[in-house]
Design a protein around this ligand. Sequence first.
Ligand SMILES: NC(=O)C1=CN([C@@H]2O[C@H](COP(=O)(O)OP(=O)(O)OC[C@H]3O[C@@H](n4cnc5c(N)ncnc54)[C@H](OP(=O)(O)O)[C@@H]3O)[C@@H](O)[C@H]2O)C=CC1
Ligand SMILES: Cc1cn([C@H]2C[C@H](O)[C@@H](COP(=O)(O)OP(=O)(O)O[C@H]3O[C@@H](C)C(=O)[C@@H](O)[C@H]3O)O2)c(=O)[nH]c1=O
Length: 284
Amino acid sequence: MKKIVVLGANGQLGKTIKNLDEFDGVEFHFFSRVDLDITDKNKLATILANAGFDYCINCAAYTNVENAEENTEEAFKINAEGARNIAEVCNTNGIKLIHISTDYVFDGKNKEPYTVNDITNPINEYGKSKLQGELYIKEELDHYYIIRTSWLYSLYGKNFLKTVIGKIENDEVLNITTEEEGTPTSCIDLSEFILHIIKEDTLPYGIYHFSANGSTTWYGFAKEIVRNFKPEKLDNIKPIEKFKTRAKRPNYSVLDLNKTEEFYKELLSWEENLRFVFKSYKNK
Ligand SMILES: NC(=O)C1=CN([C@@H]2O[C@H](COP(=O)(O)OP(=O)(O)OC[C@H]3O[C@@H](n4cnc5c(N)ncnc54)[C@H](OP(=O)(O)O)[C@@H]3O)[C@@H](O)[C@H]2O)C=CC1
Ligand SMILES: Cc1cn([C@H]2C[C@H](O)[C@@H](COP(=O)(O)OP(=O)(O)O[C@H]3O[C@@H](C)C(=O)[C@@H](O)[C@H]3O)O2)c(=O)[nH]c1=O
């Protein structure tokens, strides 16, 4: 039986892991921010010491990309210092770390998918803080998996899918940018990969990229959401070149999946994953 501690358990990824129905051979222990704040290194050390955890999954993060431009200190405290605290405590206690990072560590100037070896160059404070977290982990720890993913969605918490559904339910018209290209990723799909790493227990340590296959713009993603949710409202989604925001986003942040597919399996397209999420939504 593998013993796993999950941090940031009340976020959308944490909740998705909690709802996985495949628990054979693994025992999860979930800690939300109120149970365990990752900026409190002493408490982390106390809870993780001598508890026999094999893996730590870090789902805790400061994820508000817009607010990170002003609350930069807090974003770094959680995404960089918090990640360092976890890495130090994992190192002391022989715990393998699975940490989630982001496509926003890249500047978006590529014309083809970013590989795990491509140069990082974040263009917003959230991306900078997440990159610093990656660097600290690499510095402190040998036994780590850093999984960079992109455009996460689920039926939990706050994410683009839920924003679009909410506005369509109110019959609002949405102007959505066509400026950025990336890949929407279902939290269910990512959770299954995380579970695979734990169950296999043999994947080489290091950085992995994880998303669905294919790519689109936020406009394309919104259209596909509405096509699945309420096709009669498709005309409510209007393309615009730019949507005014405080934080810059990379114009292109598609992740190269070759390494992940080599150690896992061929991944489904983002459209197929989205259909799967709606199927479970309608069955509820
Ligand atoms: N969302 C996305 O599109 C993407 C996310 N990622 C990464 O994936 C991971 C999971 O993201 P996601 O589930 O979407 O994020 P959420 O914002 O849904 O969840 C993050 C969770 O972390 C908690 N948290 C914040 N600060 C602390 C802290 N100091 N100590 C403990 N917990 C804390 C939050 O608690 P509270 O709600 O109370 O603040 C929240 O429950 C993150 O590392 C994120 O950077 C990567 C790519 C895309
Ligand atoms: C709500 C809305 C957003 N947009 C634009 C703004 C932005 O360019 C894009 C996405 O907006 P959001 O703010 O929902 O997404 P954003 O916070 O940029 O999402 C990112 O979150 C972090 C945590 C990550 O790690 C990234 O992978 C990515 O998922 O869509 C519109 O064009 N129209 C709209 O009505």
